[in-house]
Design a protein around this ligand. Structure first.
Ligand SMILES: [Zn+2]
Ligand SMILES: [Zn+2]
Length: 274
């Protein structure tokens, strides 16, 4: 499996690709190509062009969750006529309205389309169950929330049930698993559902095969009890490699580096894993 970082907050020096606080990965597995998340703008499309990746050839887009730093690039794809003929796979709640309440205004942090409007532009596959998307890649669907220390949605973010505002529990937040020859690789967007919950669920589905590496955002910023418990759990997995990016602070990475085999990630990085 080959993973190309089409967009991350950080960019690799001397490559002259574009970065933004968002995420998009391009995956290739046994002849299948998959776009995982679409960033916040058309940055990932420009980077794909620079890297010689033809996104018109990619039949499937998988969304890790509905936040705009992972889904707003869908409108850029539509503007470039790259959305028709594609299938978009996501949890149903990924296309629910998502807002964050600031002191004096509400900010729309959801996807640029509703399920109804997206269905007019492409094929929409909504699933809260696991879905196989290539010979060795799986979409996990809804992640069971197991660890109490990870039970935290984004403060003051909410969704709408009809006209009623409800806390957004981010049930849509999911991840991919690559079932490789040496173990599982976990590929995440923001891990709002909890990186430990994601790993635990992946191992349940794959007969407790070892997890060898994780790449993606873990939504960890503060050096607090949650971070320490997360590090302890990840340490117990005996990972070969850990690639925290997008929504992991420098302070969290420094704390992780004391116990975990972390690596730098940036736009333009290409990984090939067996
Ligand atoms: Zn998010
Ligand atoms: Zn994000």
């Amino acid at each position: 499996m080959k993973l190309t970082v089409l967009c991350d907050n950080y960019t690799i020096i001397d490559r002259y690709l574009l970065g933004e606080p968002a995420l998009s990965f391009y995956l290739e597995d046994n002849g299948s190509t998959i776009l995982f998340d679409t960033g916040y703008s058309d940055v990932f499309i420009k980077n794909a062009e620079t890297l010689g990746i033809d996104l018109s050839e990619t039949p499937m887009i998988v969304l890790s969750h509905g936040h705009n730093d992972h889904t707003r690039g869908l409108s850029a794809l539509a503007e470039h006529n790259l959305l028709n003929d594609k299938t978009i796979l996501a949890h149903p709640a990924a296309l629910w309205p998502k807002y964050i309440q600031h002191e004096d205004f509400k900010e729309d942090i959801g996807a640029p389309y509703t399920a109804e409007s997206l269905q007019k532009l492409c094929t929409l596959q909504l699933s809260s169950e696991p879905v196989q998307i290539s010979p060795d890649l799986w979409f996990l669907g809804q992640i069971p929330r197991h660890f109490a220390f990870e039970n935290k949605s984004i403060a003051s973010s909410y969704t709408l049930n009809g006209n009623t505002a409800e806390p957004d529990l981010l049930l849509d937040d999911t991840a991919l698993v690559y079932n490789g020859s040496d173990g599982l690789t976990i590929i995440t967007g923001c891990s709002h559902s909890g990186i430990c919950n994601i790993c635990r669920y992946a191992q349940q589905l794959f007969e407790h095969k070892p997890i060898v590496r994780i790449i993606g955002g873990f939504h960890l910023f503060d050096v607090d009890d949650r971070l320490h418990q997360t590090i302890d759990y990840l340490e117990s997995l005996n990972l070969k490699e850990l690639y925290p990016c997008h929504c992991v602070s420098l302070a969290a990475k420094i704390a992780m580096a004391k116990k975990l085999p972390i690596h730098e990630v940036g736009t333009g990085d290409i990984y090939v894993w067996e």
